[in-house]
Design a protein around this ligand. Structure first.
Ligand code: HEC
Length: 149
């Protein structure tokens, strides 16, 4: 008889392999749970304040592009200035907890005043658009310095 009944089974999983598997499983489940939690938090967040700001930024960038491409006719400029001005009305309603702050309201009305000025005497060339951009940018920055963290 040449059989060897006491031979050790070849594929016995080692303890280290089991721990590694459990560790990786835990890691994957942790990542999945974190992503789910972050998405749930994001869904509950109010996106309106950031959206107002993103739209302002987009119109400001369009005007900058216009200057870069030397397209500064009133028809290129006015629609963006008008939207900037209209959306500026939404800054206080959007930022619920800040709108009662006097300095915040002052920054917002300063931006509206700058845009009112630009709309009542619209820039007709790129130098003019550039100088309006400078003033508007100052107004954005003034409020961000005080209130954006
Ligand atoms: C009266 C105050 C005020 C003015 C004026 C203002 N902002 Fe803001 N802005 C804020 C605050 C406060 C935040 C931070 C809000 C937040 O992240 O919820 C912010 C955030 C932003 C952001 C980041 C938004 C995001 O998705 O996180 C952009 C872009 C932006 N502003 C652009 C502008 C531009 C362009 C202007 C000018 C045309 C402007 N802002 C004028 C107060 C202002």
């Amino acid at each position: 008889m040449s059989s060897t009944p006491n031979a050790t089974p070849a594929a016995k999983p080692s303890a280290a392999g089991r721990y590694l598997f459990l560790f990786l499983l835990g890691l994957v489940l942790g990542v999945v749970a974190t992503v789910m939690a972050m998405r749930a938090l994001d869904a509950r967040k109010d996106h309106f304040p950031d959206s107002v700001m993103q739209v302002q930024q987009w119109h400001l960038n369009q005007l900058k592009d216009n200057v870069d491409r030397n397209r500064c006719a009133a028809t290129d400029t006015l629609p963006h200035l008008q939207t900037l001005r209209t959306m500026a009305n939404d800054i206080e309603p959007a930022m619920g907890d800040l709108r009662d702050d006097e300095r915040f309201a002052k920054h917002a009305s300063q931006l509206r005043a700058t845009l009112d000025g630009a709309l009542s005497a619209p820039p007709l060339n790129c130098a003019g658009v550039g100088s309006v951009l400078g003033k508007v940018g100052e107004d954005c920055k003034a409020c961000h310095q005080d209130f954006r963290n």
